[in-house]
Design a protein around this ligand. Structure first.
Ligand code: GDP
Ligand code: GDP
Length: 437
């Protein structure tokens, strides 16, 4: 599993500047998908080829006008409790403040590794910038500049030092084992009802799996002759055989279950408008490269007019998810869940499909023949051949000339061509360009 880093510190020390720097490479992906907006607080980062999750506790939207500070503190504490490592940011120009000392006091009581990042240290002597922050009692402070990037790599190396690098080659026997499914969604959409419906019908093979460091729980079950493991879901608690919703919802846990799954079932409530939270969770699934199935729940008891209204609203808002199957279900009545699981299987097959170089190249050349890549200034992009650069999610590497001059629209056109030809339904698809001039 990817480690989760949480950025904490008083306002104005530079947390969001650092967050943006760490997650910046993902902006391109978001730009490629009209309608998908980035969550400004949760993102994916990479140190070399080591992925991690990063959380900025800085600008949490206060839930209520009263007790804003109280709510921010509560959310920060929850994030700190769920993190794997904490980056505590302070301002090297301002020096230690009473607020820094308060935060340090809390952090000294928490068991996770903490790295103190002394920000805004560009142009300062590193040792001097960091020196006074020793007194926070949280180990050797590191001088950085979030704005300029100085020291950021060393900071990450220290923060991630406690976590083993992931083995890249787990893919092979993965196909044979049970398929890991995460059922995610915001509170009240019907996740626990759905899980209970699934488990109630089927014989459970086993209960708890040996806990990992995060005490993740999986439940094995069988459906249609196939084995699945349900990943522990944020906001649910298990009471014996039955799952029930608890009030506290955790974005970090949701992210971690998405990361730990092979296929994500995103549950939406047909009776509520799509919220930013729904869209952000969907965005995380795409950023994580996980296969995805959408279950629009509470479809029972709606008349035909309401249903068509809801469908068109969903399609408009969630156009960036058109690669996934949508199912309209009722967890309460146990309707439509078979189709959801058929799509789960299909999505995973698509995510792990082997795409042959000759066929990829043929699809590419045909697509370019039907619609020539438009000239861009003096450049005329030329598509030559394609090969598969990875699985789960599939990566298609396209070779040719001036490929960096292809428009987003043309890129999406190519993606559709590959999706149609290989029936890549339910999986994100990454296209990379390898241009030779
Ligand atoms: P946050 O409230 O902790 O999220 O802080 P911000 O990221 O919004 O930064 C607060 C201010 O500090 C902004 O004006 C930033 O431009 C500035 N800032 C952030 N990082 C640096 C840095 O490395 N050097 C300098 N000089 N200013 C910085
Ligand atoms: P969770 O917070 O996502 O786990 O949501 P719950 O499973 O606790 O469901 C929230 C509420 O929605 C409960 O009152 C459920 O009875 C209700 N609910 C769940 N699924 C359905 C459904 O398919 N149809 C209808 N009408 N209500 C549902």
């Amino acid at each position: 599993m990817k480690p989760t880093l949480v950025l904490v510190g008083r306002p104005n020390v530079g947390k969001s500047t650092l967050f943006n720097r760490l997650t910046r490479t993902r902006d391109a992906l978001v730009a490629d998908m009209p309608g998908l907006t980035r969550d400004r607080h949760y993102g994916h980062g990479k140190l070399g080829d080591r992925p991690y999750l990063v959380v900025d506790t800085g600008g949490f939207e206060p839930l209520a006008k009263d007790g804003i500070l109280h709510e921010m503190a509560r959310q920060t504490e929850q994030a700190v409790a769920e993190a794997d490592a904490i980056v505590f940011m302070v301002d090297g120009r301002a020096g230690i403040t009473p607020q820094d000392k308060e935060i340090a006091k809390k952090l000294r009581r928490n068991p996770r590794p903490v790295v103190v990042a002394v920000n805004k240290a560009e142009g300062m002597e590193r040792g001097v910038a960091a020196a006074e922050f020793h007194t926070l009692g949280l180990g050797e402070p590191l001088a950085i500049s979030a704005a300029h990037g100085d020291g950021v790599r060393a900071l990450l190396e220290q923060a991630l030092a406690h976590f083993p690098e992931e083995e890249a080659a787990e893919a092979e026997d993965e196909r044979a084992a049970s398929l890991k499914v995460a059922i995610v969604g915001r509170p009240n959409v019907g996740k626990s009802t759905m899980i209970n419906a699934l488990l109630g019908e089927e014989r459970m093979i086993a209960f708890d799996q040996p806990g990992t460091t995060r005490d993740a729980i999986g439940v094995d079950f069988e459906r249609g002759g196939r084995r699945y493991m349900l990943i522990d879901t944020a906001g649910l608690r298990r009471k014996g055989r039955v799952f029930e919703a608890i009030e506290k919802f955790s974005v970090i846990k949701t992210l971690q279950s998405i990361e730990g799954a092979n296929v994500v079932v995103l549950v939406l409530d047909a009776r509520q408008d799509i919220s930013d939270q729904d869209a952000h969770i969907a965005g995380f699934v795409i950023e994580s490269g996980r296969a995805l199935v959408i279950a629009v729940n509470k479809w029972d008891g709606l008349d035909a007019y309401r249903r068509s209204q809801i469908k068109s609203a969903l399609e408009a808002r969630l156009r960036f998810l058109d690669f996934a199957d949508f199912h309209y279900v009722s967890a309460l009545k146990g309707l439509g869940l078979n189709l959801v699981f058929r799509s789960v299987d299909a999505a995973y097959r698509a995510a792990t499909a082997d795409l042959s170089t000759p066929r990829l190249t043929r699809v590419l050349i045909d697509a370019a023949a039907r619609q020539t890549p438009p000239r861009n200034g003096i450049f005329r992009p030329k598509l030559r051949y394609a090969h598969q650069g990875g699985r789960n999610p599939p990566v298609i590497v396209i070779h040719g000339n001036a490929l960096d001059k292809l428009s987003d629209a043309y890129s999406r056109y190519l993606e559709r061509a590959f999706r149609d030809a290989f029936r890549l339904k339910g999986t994100p698809l990454r296209i990379q360009y390898n241009t030779s001039d």
